[in-house]
Design a protein around this ligand. Structure first.
Ligand code: HEC
Length: 278
């Protein structure tokens, strides 16, 4: 590969990384969780890709990864660049990986947020230093590239952002059909009553709240095994009620445990409606 192509690739990669990071940063909110996850994986993928690009690039070329040096001993690029890039890309990579891992180990959530926050400051510092050194040249090119990447990623991620809501709507629509002719819509209020009701079918599990706790936005805890259960409210856990098979299986099991009978389609829809309202 000649150096010009390598530079082009590098610029494309830079746009993909910067765009992915910015999308991930601004979509960290619960409402845009799916897009956040998508762009987080994108960032981690971009970092891995960068390492792969270094392997295909020519020795000492634009794609090669110079070892960050501590001194200006050898002529060439300012060692500050390599350090800045290594710290920045490393920070983003760890932020991405802790974000993915936080799905399994919720305790990593704080570390993930801290790293993402720190990375943003590094990005701003990086942009300021580059702008100062190049005085506007190149900066416009990079900005153009990043803006294009931003749009591309947002477009790619948009279906994912709606997928969770669509899946939940489909599950509710299924219950509405099963509910039959007299059905007049689901009620979050009835869902709440069901969730908080005290029952006598099983002495150990009087209520849904026994394991899911009275606050649907809080982490639950299995009353017997002690294992943590993620929040049931959709606002706190956007993946809730999106896997039809799992939802059915759990309703079957948990209704049987707590109520000593299966839940009706209307009760299931009410329950989901309540969790969507929380
Ligand atoms: C013995 C503890 C326990 C009780 C009591 C309990 N649940 Fe659960 N529930 C769980 C566990 C464990 C999961 C699976 C882990 C998870 O989804 O985070 C779960 C998951 C669910 C899910 C799946 C949600 C999804 O997003 O897929 C539904 C629906 C559910 N419970 C409904 C109920 C209802 C309704 C009641 C009360 C009638 C109830 N649960 C009572 C332990 C319990």
């Amino acid at each position: 590969m000649n150096a010009r192509w390598e530079f082009r690739l590098l610029r494309l990669w830079h746009a993909a990384l910067a765009g992915g990071f910015l999308v991930a940063y601004v979509t960290a909110d619960e409402d845009t969780y799916a897009m956040h996850v998508f762009s987080g994986y994108w960032v981690v993928g971009a970092v891995v890709l960068r390492l792969a690009l270094a392997l295909v690039g020519s020795a000492g070329g634009p794609l090669a990864l110079p070892k960050p040096r501590l001194t200006w001993a050898k002529p060439g690029r300012n060692p500050l660049f390599a350090w800045m890039a290594a710290i920045l890309v490393g920070g983003m990579a760890v932020a991405g990986v802790t974000g993915i891992a936080a799905d399994v180990i919720p305790a990593l959530e704080d570390l993930h947020e801290g790293l993402a926050e720190a990375s943003l400051w590094l990005v701003l510092a990086h942009a300021a230093i580059i702008a100062w050194i190049f005085q506007g040249r190149r900066v416009r090119e990079m900005l153009k590239g990043s803006t294009a990447a931003l749009f591309a990623i947002a477009l790619l991620a948009a279906p994912a952002a709606f997928a969770a809501d669509a899946a939940r709507d489909a599950i509710k629509a299924g219950y509405a059909r099963q509910a039959g002719p007299g059905f007049a819509g689901f009620s979050p209020e009835r869902g709440r009553a069901l969730f908080e009701s005290k029952n006598t079918a099983s002495p150990d599990y009087a209520s849904c709240t026994t394991c899911h706790t009275a606050d649907p936005t809080a982490d639950g805890r299995h009353a017997k095994t002690g294992r943590a259960i993620k929040p049931v409210a959709v606002s706190a856990n956007p993946k809730r009620f999106t896997d039809a098979a799992k939802v059915e299986e759990r309703f079957d099991r948990d209704c049987q445990t707590v109520l000593g009978r299966v839940c009706s389609a209307t009760e299931k829809g009410d329950y989901i409606a309540y969790m969507e309202s929380k």
